[in-house]
Design a protein around this ligand. Structure first.
Ligand code: CMC
Length: 468
């Protein structure tokens, strides 16, 4: 993707970055965190608030500064100068790719973007009656089937792409294919092999699944978008970027450079975000030595909820139900009275403005200039933002989050609301897989405790003697 053809988008991102720096300059700088010595002492609140589950080098979220950092790079810089392909590589491998590495990675993504076997199966599901997230979850299981069982040759890990690969070990160690080569097969043999070699083989296989999912989930979202309205899936175009293909496969229309760029920025913004619920869910599943596809399936399930990724779809319905900027005051007063949570506001970590919303807000407004309905919804959103921030911003640290503006951006590009959360998943899969792979290097099964507050010593009563 050529950023030079969309200078106005780069400018909007850089302006948002400048505003963020200005507005948080008085907030104290955070202390640098050092590697931990386990066990750690920390205070844990309900919902595991404050709990430390692992160490990571992948990403950092600072709630009071409003920072989001991937592998040391500021999210604003990545949005302004990078692409989703580069960012996915960065999250998985730790560094931005060289030209050659990017070329190889792109070729992998292109090869995995066509999912003929999976899509053939998807066509037989009643997708028009299903939740789009349920369809996405089924699709990833079909991808697993195609990759691990049927497409035996394609499933063979490519040693060149593995991090820390001992080149000699890969061909020797990857004998059994199909279901028999699920990762736990290798883990069972751990004691017989030198530890490092085993870790390399596992990461090579997982890496291949990660590439497959990062590329293929975009195709699934495209296919779901079409199949649910009775249209056949659109073939990916190898000349388009990942973002361009996502839009093309969803709508059947080639995106303009601005649409492609904005979609790319949105994918970058959604790619990773600390130990959020879906990332944690996918890591919990991975920690049992289930495979990457099952782990990503758990991520999709967790992301679906309206407190998490499902909020983006709800935000649009909320804005549409408000209708016009003049209705905001009364709508908000009712919501406060009924203690209704306002979708697209608040965050467990951010008590300042979410940097992702800082980027997406201006992009939504930009798109709104050329689209009357989007302009109206943007005005409603900006009016609601003022109301919520003036009443809850200072007192409770409640500001718009990423989901408040993403739906506006997508709706301005003509994408229907039920696809917003699947699009979020198609981006977050980069973070899920990167974190799964990082965690598995020092895996320990997740197993927190619950405090039992129930009864003891209850006498067993046979069913016929139980009272109502
Ligand atoms: N509207 C009104 N009040 C809110 C909101 C909101 N959206 N969010 C939090 N509060 C209030 C909440 O009522 C509570 O007040 P009090 O202390 O008087 O009881 C206080 O703020 C703390 O809220 P909480 O629910 O305990 O906070 P949490 O950290 O458990 O939840 C959250 C975080 C994101 C689930 C929550 O803010 C929320 O439900 N927001 C709306 C849904 C949403 O937009 N989700 C997207 C999150 S960002 C992207 C993603 O993760 O997918």
């Amino acid at each position: 993707m050529n950023h030079q053809s969309t200078p106005e988008i780069t400018e909007l991102i850089l302006k948002a970055a400048e505003k963020a720096r200005r507005e948080t300059s008085s907030t104290p700088e955070p202390e640098l965190v050092k590697p931990l010595t386990w066990p750690v002492q920390c205070t844990v609140g309900p919902g595991l608030e404050g709990a430390i589950s692992c160490e990571t080098k992948i990403g950092y979220v600072n709630g009071s500064k409003g920072w989001l950092i991937y592998r040391g790079y500021d999210i604003f810089d990545l949005c302004a100068y990078s692409t989703f392909e580069e960012v996915s590589y960065l999250l998985l491998h730790g560094n931005l790719p060289t030209g050659e590495q990017l070329d190889r990675f792109n070729k992998k993504l292109i090869s995995y973007r066509s999912l003929p076997k999976t899509l053939r199966k998807m066509i037989s599901f009643p997708l028009e009656e299903m939740s789009t997230m349920a369809a996405l979850r089924i699709g990833t299981m079909m991808m697993r089937q195609a990759q691990t069982f049927l497409d035996k040759e394609a499933a063979r890990p490519d040693p060149v792409d593995a991090t820390d690969t001992d080149a000699d070990s890969i061909p020797m160690e990857t004998k059994p294919l199909g279901e028999k080569r699920a990762i736990y097969e290798f883990k069972n043999n751990r004691k017989k092999r030198p530890k490092q070699v085993t870790a390399d083989i596992i990461s090579a296989q997982e890496l291949e699944s990660a590439y497959h999912l990062i590329s293929g989930m975009g195709t699934l979202v495209g296919a779901i978008s079409r199949l649910r309205v009775g249209k056949m899936p659109t073939e990916p175009d190898p000349e388009l970027s990942h973002a361009g293909n996502l839009l093309y496969m969803m709508t059947g229309k080639r995106p303009t450079p601005v649409e492609e760029r904005i979609m790319d920025v949105s994918l970058i913004l959604h790619a990773d975000h600390g130990m959020n619920a879906s990332t944690f869910a996918s890591m919990v599943v991975a920690s049992t030595l289930s495979d990457v596809y099952f782990s990503v399936g758990a991520g999709i399930a967790a992301l679906n909820g309206p407190l998490h990724g499902g909020a983006n779809e709800q935000v649009l319905y909320q804005l549409e139900s408000i209708g016009n900027p003049e209705n905001v005051k009364q709508w908000y007063a009712n919501a406060r009275e009924n203690k209704t949570k306002i979708m697209g506001f608040g965050h467990r970590v951010y008590k300042a403005y979410d940097p992702r919303a800082r980027v997406l807000g201006p992009l939504a407004e930009y798109l709104g200039q050329h689209n009357r309905n989007a302009k109206r919804l943007c005005k409603v959103a900006k009016t609601l933002e003022k109301e919520v921030v003036s009443s809850l911003g200072q007192s409770k640290g409640i500001f718009p989050n990423v989901d408040f503006f993403s739906g506006l951006v997508y709706s301005a590009m003509g994408i229907p609301a039920p696809l917003y959360t699947p699009m979020f998943a198609a981006s977050r899969v980069s973070g899920w897989t990167a974190r799964i792979m990082e965690y598995l290097k020092n895996n320990r099964i997740f197993r927190p405790r619950a405090i039992y507050t129930g009864d003891f010593d209850r006498p067993y009563v046979p069913v016929e003697k139980r009272k109502k």
